[in-house]
Design a binder for this molecule. Structure first.
Ligand code: ZN
Ligand code: ZN
Length: 463
């Protein structure tokens, strides 16, 4: 190419102007060759930069859609994903409205050749937790990519990455082999409201006729990043309780010392819970149990005082009511009734004018009364298929874990459907729900390859 351009250039040269023009022309010739060389680069490197750019760009576009609570824009997110899915041959989409028009659920389907086999369902929730923009180094909905490849956005890890990776993996599989047809039908669902319990999302979905007709035999949901070179996989979640403890007591002058004030009663309760928390945490610190294997009880708000102007409080009054809120998480190995007994007797004893209220955010047991756990041994054929698929593309798995947080997976495990939590992010700082959440571009791209392998293996598993 360079040689022929050179010849073309030379033949256009006028002899009378040889000397100065030769000089200029060598400059032009060199630049032309350089330009042609640069423009050919993507082709000579198997199109990696081009493919990378478009997958990344689509990820960034999705991250810019504001689906953070308390006002998630689900409609824009679903329209975006719908267009993306439809741009991939052979994928069918359907939008379900199971509660209100503001809470759509998108289903993407790749029909299998054997409709008698149970299908496979991959999940990604559409929503994110809120972000405090002033505490971020880059705006949380900018999806800015830094020079070192970090894509900053709320949802980059939790869990908008997998939403796009599923589709990119399918795009690649179908592009490489337009004849590819899975044996089992593969569905992807994009659900609202996971971050607030899934009651108008996954819970409604599993009760729907559409879900029942799908005959789901295996479910794959989000997991969490790993800080080392191995991927993490989760066979259970901890279940969340919102626990509110209230104290009432004698009100009185701010200057007076007397027994049985609401504040004193609440503070005693907080001390008891703190001691319990410390004991649980010690089990983690000493390596006896993992973080996700103990009960966590973290205070998330305190409410007390007699309000005055501008958000201030009256200082010379001791209030008659006070309350504290806890995020409690129970591993499937803990007996919930024992914990309730402890709360009633020790954390909020009636004898000290205390009361409590627990909101159980989802199921703790399946319909047979068993803890919500998926087997990761030979008794579950999906385990080996999944593990082999990750290893087939060069990935390594950590020992399966309980997830310390909670996902929509619990609604599937409640139905007895084998379920793993998995987000292919390795060598990545864990930043879900944190400020400055980001994901590196190369980690995102490698994750697509992992899903390609998983999709191909799971969808062709006939056992
Ligand atoms: Zn999540
Ligand atoms: Zn989350």
């Amino acid at each position: 190419m360079c040689k022929s351009s050179y010849r073309l250039y030379v033949s256009q040269t006028k002899p009378a102007m040889v000397k100065p023009i030769w000089h200029n022309q060598s400059f032009f010739l060199l630049s032309t060759c350089a330009l042609i060389f640069i423009s050919l680069l993507p082709l000579t490197t198997q199109q990696t930069p081009e493919t990378a750019e478009t997958s990344i760009t689509r990820f960034q576009q999705y991250l810019r859609i504001k689906t953070a609570h308390p006002n998630p824009d689900y409609s824009t997110a679903v329209s975006f994903l719908n267009v993306l899915a439809k741009s991939i041959p052979n994928l069918i989409t359907k939008t379900l409205y199971l509660t209100t028009p503001q809470k759509p659920l998108l289903l993407v389907t790749f029909l299998g050749s054997n409709p008698n086999l149970p299908s496979i369902l991959f999940n990604s929730h559409l929503d994110s937790v809120p972000a405090e923009p002033s505490k971020w180094v880059h705006p949380p909905f900018s999806a800015i990519k830094t020079d070192d490849g970090k894509i900053f956005a709320r949802g980059a890890q939790d869990d908008k990455c997998i939403a796009i990776q599923y589709l990119e993996a399918l795009r690649n599989i179908i592009k490489r082999d337009p004849e590819f047809k899975p044996i089992r039908t593969l569905h992807i669902c994009y659900v609202p409201d996971e971050e607030i319990g899934g009651f108008d999302g996954m819970q409604k979905f599993v009760e729907s006729k559409e879900f029942k007709e799908m005959n789901v035999g295996f479910f794959l949901d989000e997991g969490q990043a790993s800080i080392n070179n191995k991927y993490r996989v989760f066979y259970a979640d901890r279940s969340p309780w919102n626990l509110v403890i209230k104290a009432v007591g004698k009100p009185g002058h701010g200057s007076k010392m007397f027994d049985d004030t609401a504040m004193e009663n609440l503070m005693k309760s907080i001390e008891v819970v703190s001691r319990f928390r410390e004991n649980q945490f010690d089990l983690v610190k000493t390596g006896v149990l993992a973080n996700s294997e103990v009960v966590s009880a973290n205070p998330v708000y305190l409410k007390a005082g007699t309000p005055s102007k501008n958000g201030n409080f009256v200082m010379n009054m001791q209030p008659s009511e006070a309350e504290v809120g806890y995020d409690v998480r129970l591993p499937p190995t803990v007996d919930p009734d024992l914990l309730k007994k402890r709360i009633a007797e020790e954390w909020a004893p009636k004898t000290r004018n205390m009361s409590y209220h627990i909101v159980e955010k989802g199921p703790l047991r399946d319909y047979m009364g068993r803890p919500l756990m998926t087997a990761t041994n030979d008794s579950n054929p999906w385990w080996n298929v999944f593990k082999d698929a990750v290893e087939a593309c060069g990935g390594e798995l950590e020992k399966p874990e309980i997830l310390s947080s909670t996902t929509d997976a619990r609604y599937m495990r409640q139905l007895g459907i084998p379920t793993f939590g998995f987000s292919p992010m390795k060598n990545t700082q864990i930043l879900l729900h944190d400020h400055n959440e980001y994901l590196e571009d190369n980690v995102f791209l490698e994750g697509i390859k992992v899903y390609e392998s998983i999709i191909k293996s799971l969808s062709s598993f006939e056992g």
